[in-house]
Design a protein around this ligand. Structure first.
Ligand SMILES: [Mg+2]
Length: 329
């Protein structure tokens, strides 16, 4: 099946794919009316986050299978909800598609997105479609909720707090570097296992349960998801909290089997979708939360500067190096 399907046909198709599992959840009226109606429970606040996924910037059709593009599109929003300690409830998707895009690509994109949505009981409640003059453009809005006044914020870290990260850092950017240097062949034979072997890049998991655990325990003083890289995202926490940070190079959890140069990816690579949080130095933090490893990587200090401390105790400035995306700049 190739485009152009009419807009009406695409929406009908997406609507059938997105049918809610037996009326659970907050969506009272979803796709098919002028606006969605969502229930809001008393005592909760609404979380809203929006993220672009642009072909050539966030993915490439020749590198990423369509279901991975759909998965990654939604995970960007889910991860932001996780970083707030919230529970995702609904999503809205606006899609602009080139006229020559095969309908099969769209179907597989939707199946990747909706599989992840079902995993977290998130209902696709609306969106828009249009023809794109060039490339696939997807804009995802994720709605979530959190008990009033209890969301985890970037502001709140204080001198003396410890800095923690979940999981491992740098794996996604390392996969991207392989793609950039040698193309998809660098990942192995052209089978599905190529992508599952590199799941942290193609199918990252949002840390919803960890964020919720931290919020319920009141343990974290600040939190953020590591979407743009440790240096950049820790930089956001420091800026919003008005503090500085020390990061212990040897403590950063890096995947085994990666070259020594992977420190660069762990510090500055994006799209790991792990959580970074701070907690008072006096409070014990378990080494596993909700089945995910948690590692202490540094501490919050007074001032505004970030420092990387090597194994000899030498400090050097840790610049917040922004995520480079896929533009090949
Ligand atoms: Mg974020």
């Amino acid at each position: 099946l190739t485009l152009p399907l009419t807009e009406k046909a695409i929406i009908g198709r997406i609507r059938r794919q997105a049918e809610a599992p037996s009326g659970r959840g907050v969506v009272r009226t979803g796709i098919g009316d002028d606006a969605a109606i969502l229930e809001c429970a008393a005592g909760f606040e609404v979380l809203l986050t929006t993220d672009f996924s642009l072909e050539g910037v966030h993915f490439r059709r020749e590198w990423h299978p369509p279901d991975s593009v759909g998965h990654r599109c939604l995970v960007r929003g889910l991860s932001d909800i996780a970083a707030m300690g919230g529970e995702p409830t609904a999503a809205f998707l606006s899609l602009a598609l080139p006229a020559d895009l095969p309908q099969r690509w769209v179907d597989r994109f939707m199946s990747g997105l909706l599989r992840l949505a079902r995993q977290f009981n998130v209902q696709l409640a609306g969106g828009d479609t249009a023809e794109s003059p060039a490339g696939v453009l997807a804009d995802i809005v994720v709605v979530g909720r959190v008990p009033a006044g209890r969301a985890l914020l970037r502001a709140g870290a204080r001198a003396g707090d410890s800095i923690y990260v979940t999981g491992e850092l740098g794996r996604s950017a390392w996969t991207l570097s392989l793609l950039r240097e040698r193309g998809p062949a660098a990942l192995g034979a052209k089978t599905k296992s190529r992508y599952t072997a590199h799941a942290p890049h193609f199918y990252p998991q949002p840390r919803i349960a960890v964020g919720r655990w931290l919020r319920e325990r009141g343990l974290a003083t600040a939190a953020i998801d590591v979407s743009d890289g440790l240096s950049t995202d820790l930089g956001h926490v420091c800026e919003e909290s008005g503090v500085g940070a020390l990061v212990y190079e040897a403590a950063i959890p890096r995947p085994s089997g990666l070259p020594t140069s992977s420190l660069h990816y762990a510090l500055h690579g994006g799209e790991d979708y792990e959580l970074l949080f701070t907690a008072p130095g006096s409070r014990p933090v378990p080494s596993m939360i909700a089945g995910v490893r948690v590692t202490r990587v540094g501490e919050i200090i007074r001032g505004r500067d970030m420092w990387l401390v090597d194994s000899h105790g030498q400090r050097k400035a840790l610049p917040a190096r922004g995520w480079e995306h896929f533009g090949g700049r």
